[in-house]
Design a protein around this ligand. Sequence first.
Ligand code: ACO
Length: 366
Amino acid sequence: MVYHGLKGIACVETSISHIDGEKGKLIYRGYNAEQLALTSTFEEVAYLILHGTLPQEEHLRQFNEMLASYRALPESAERLIRSLPAQMDDMAVLRTVISSFGEKTYTFRPTMEEAVRLIAAAPSIIAYRKRLTDGREPVQPLSELGFVENYFYMLKGKRPTEAQKKALETYMILAMEHGMNASTFSARVTVSTESDLVSAVTSALGTMKGPLHGGAPSAVTEMLEDIREKENAESYLREKLEKGERLMGFGHRVYKTHDPRAKALRVKAEEIAGGDRDIDLALHVENTAIPLLEEYKPGRKLYTNVEFYAAAVMKAIDFDASLFTPTFSAARMVGWCAHVLEQSENNTIFRPSAKYIGEMAVPLTQ
Ligand code: ACO
């Protein structure tokens, strides 16, 4: 028997997260991720995912201090970012710079402090590079700002409004962890050879870079840009469905009901709607598309997925498409590190088999 793509095969036991695709539930360490995203900070949820329990006040204070202390990039990383070719993809830059953190101190077994260091560094790498690409000088981190607020500040050179901060924070909490996805699997396979945390996260970043995993929201942005005005939505969507094309940001392999991440992001999106054209348009497109999908694809259970509102929220906070996958990765760094720590605590090397379908006993001829 060959399990192509290991679809539906459980290969580890984990207590980090659980997805129920039929009921539309995402659980982080026993808590409903949707509720956490709407009520907690990035740091509280990151602590929960890494440690398994929500933090007491004193633990949270120490965790925040440690995260803030690792935000400033080492000089070697700053020099490396400046030296990389201008045409290099932002995800390739993030992967390369993170791999340069592999000093001799990173060994098996990975530690919590190493995890915190990489989680803190990722947004700084993304922002440093983005500002250089846009022809502006990088901005140094501010230790008094929260994790998400500081990321926005390092990118834009100004603090976000409360609504912008909460929208980005909600997205980054919902992107933090999602079961045995391809990049998390990569990270666990790498550390299962008793390799180190930097190597495991570098593998994960290489996996996340592929369009089948981390690259979908830009297609949603293109669709919203093509629609432009609310009155164009129905005719645009109908034309796509008539031609048998797919609507970007709808449908999911695992969720056969509303994607809980899209539901939570929609709440945040609604809070910035009214004043924001992009969010207003996205809400209208969703309300128009769902009945049309039921009309053209009855019984297929097609609802908005996380990419739809991720794209809408990112556009509303003025993050361009080049920031989508890196921002997703900066959030998912928490999940990757938690899985690497879990794997290393009870390790078995991954060594599946392959069914040989080639020739046997081909004679060697002169
Ligand atoms: N628009 C129109 N029809 C759709 C859509 C859509 N977005 N998604 C699925 N369908 C239809 C298919 O045409 C198919 O119809 P059929 O039965 O008449 O052949 C039926 O629904 C089932 O489609 P599958 O591809 O088998 O469904 P699956 O669950 O495997 O696909 C996927 C999931 C790939 C996400 C799909 O819904 C899709 O292509 N969506 C659009 C792209 C997108 O939004 N991607 C981001 C996903 S979220 C994430 O990656 C984090």
